[in-house]
Design a protein around this ligand. Structure first.
Ligand code: BGC
Length: 400
C-alpha cells in the first residue's frame, strides 16, 4: 500500500451517471431517434437501460451505503419539455424528488442540466446550430428551476460540449451519406461549438438569476494530447478546436469539470493509433490512468484559477481488479497535482452503474453491475474500495 492521504473535509467524493444512459425509454429524445436509424454507430438501442427512472432510490441507497458523499446525475430535457414550450410538471417533480432523495441519504447532488441528449423537436428544428438554441435552452432551465433552486450547490450546464459538437459533425455525415468519421477525435462542428459556448453563458446567467447560490460550470472531455518530439505545433492545432476553445470558455466559471480516460499521442500527421502492445480497455482505448493528472494540469493551465472537479474518470473493463488498479493510479496522479498547488475540489467516478454506452452495452464502466434482464444491481469490489475512502476521507492507494 502507498501511504494514506487525507482528503480535505469538503472534497466531493462520488460517482456519475447520465439520464439517458440509465433511465430507460427516453423515447422523446434525439438519441432515441438516432438509435433507431440505420447507422454503424448503433449496435443496439438503449431500451430499458438500467430502469433508473424507477429505480433511482435503489441506486442512491447503494452509493450512500458504499460510502460516497456525492452523486452526479443529469436531468432530461426531453422529459421536462416534451413539446416546444410544453412543460411536464410531473417530470420536474420527479427530478426534484431525486435532489431531495439524495440529501435524505447523505448524498450531495451535482446536477448536470444537459448530458448529450435533447428533445427530438430540438433536433428537428436544427439542433444547437439553429438560431435561438441558446434561448430555448434558457427557457428549459427556467422551467426546471424548481429542481435546482434549493439544495443544489453545483450545476453542470452542458456535459462535454466538445463531444456534442463532434456528434453534430457525425450526424451531418450520416445525413449526407458520407463516410463515417471516427467518433471521439472528429472535428467538432464549428457552428455547434459557437452555439454551445453561447448556450453555456446564457445558462449560467439563467441559473444564477433564479438560484444565485448555485455554482455553475461545464465539463470538458480531455483527450490528453501528447505530441511526439517535433509534433508540438501539430498537437496544439489539433487540440484547440477539440478542447481548448471549450476550456477557454470556462475562464469566468465557478468551477470546471475535468473528464479524462486515456491519452492520444500525436505524430507529425496527427493522432497515432494505440500501440498494439499496450493494454486496451473495452473501448479500445489505451490503459493510461495517469491521463487524469495530465488532464487536470492542462485544464488548470488554460483556465487558471478556476477550481477543478473531476466529473468523470474510469475504465471500461470486465476485470474489476484492473478498474481498481486504474483508479488507484489515476487518483495518485490527481494527488500529485494537488501537491503542486492545483485547486481540485472533487472526484466523481464514471460510472456508478454499468450502463448504455451510446450505441451499445458491452463496455462496462460501472462500479455496480446491472443485470440486463432483471435490473438487479450488484456492487463490484471496486465500489466498496472506492466508497470506503469517501467514508473515511482517506485515500488508500495501491502500489503500482
Ligand atoms: C461521457 C459519458 C460516457 C463516457 C465513456 C463521456 O464521454 O460523458 O456519457 O459514457 O465518457 O465513454
Amino acid at each position: 500500500m502507498a501511504p494514506a492521504r487525507r482528503l480535505p473535509d469538503d472534497f466531493l467524493w462520488g460517482a456519475s451517471t447520465s439520464a439517458h444512459q440509465i433511465e430507460g425509454n427516453n423515447t422523446n429524445s434525439d438519441w432515441w431517434l438516432f438509435e433507431h436509424m440505420d447507422t454503424p454507430y448503433i449496435k443496439e438501442p438503449s431500451g430499458d437501460a438500467c430502469d433508473s427512472y424507477h429505480r433511482w432510490p435503489e441506486d442512491m441507497d447503494l452509493l450512500a451505503e458504499l460510502g460516497f458523499t456525492d452523486y452526479r446525475f443529469s436531468i432530461e430535457w426531453a422529459r421536462i419539455e416534451p413539446a416546444p414550450g410544453e412543460f411536464s410538471q410531473a417530470a420536474i417533480a420527479h427530478y426534484r424528488r431525486m435532489v431531495e432523495g439524495a440529501h435524505e441519504r447523505g448524498l450531495r447532488p451535482l446536477v448536470t442540466l444537459h448530458h448529450f441528449t435533447a428533445p427530438r423537436w430540438f433536433l428537428e428544428r436544427g439542433g444547437w446550430a439553429a438560431a435561438g438554441s441558446d434561448e430555448l435552452f434558457a427557457r428549459y432551465l427556467t422551467a426546471a428551476a424548481p429542481v435546482y433552486a434549493t439544495d443544489v450547490a453545483y450545476a453542470c450546464t452542458i456535459n462535454e460540449p466538445n463531444m456534442l459538437a463532434s456528434m453534430a459533425t457525425l450526424y451531418k455525415a450520416h445525413l449526407s451519406d458520407g463516410p463515417p468519421p471516427t467518433f471521439g477525435l472528429t472535428t467538432p462542428d464549428g457552428a455547434t461549438t459557437d452555439a454551445l459556448v453561447r448556450a453555456h453563458r446564457r445558462a449560467v446567467e439563467t441559473v444564477k438569476s433564479l438560484a444565485p447560490h448555485v455554482r455553475c460550470g461545464w465539463s470538458v472531455a480531455n483527450q490528453v494530447y501528447q505530441p511526439l518530439p517535433g509534433a508540438e505545433d501539430v498537437a496544439a492545432a489539433f487540440r484547440h478546436p477539440r478542447e481548448d476553445v471549450f476550456l477557454e470558455a470556462a475562464r469566468d466559471d465557478d468551477w470546471l469539470g475535468v473528464q479524462s480516460y486515456t491519452r492520444t499521442r500525436i505524430g507529425p500527421d496527427g493522432p497515432l493509433p494505440v500501440p498494439p502492445d499496450a493494454e486496451h480497455t473495452l473501448m479500445g482505448w489505451e490503459f493510461y490512468p495517469r491521463a487524469l493528472g495530465e488532464a487536470l494540469r492542462h485544464s488548470a493551465a488554460v483556465a487558471p484559477g478556476v477550481p477543478l472537479i473531476v466529473t468523470e474518470n474510469g475504465i471500461a473493463t470486465a476485470d474489476d481488479t484492473r478498474r481498481i488498479q486504474y483508479t488507484s493510479e489515476a487518483l495518485d496522479s490527481l494527488i500529485s497535482t494537488m501537491d503542486d498547488g492545483i485547486d481540485v475540489r472533487g472526484y466523481f467516478h464514471w460510472s456508478a452503474l454499468d450502463n448504455y454506452e451510446w450505441g451499445r452495452y458491452a463496455p462496462t464502466f460501472g462500479l455496480i453491475a446491472v443485470a440486463r434482464e432483471t435490473f438487479t444491481r450488484t456492487p463490484k469490489p471496486s465500489a466498496a474500495w472506492l466508497g470506503a475512502m469517501g467514508r473515511r476521507r482517506i485515500l488508500t492507494l495501491l502500489e503500482e
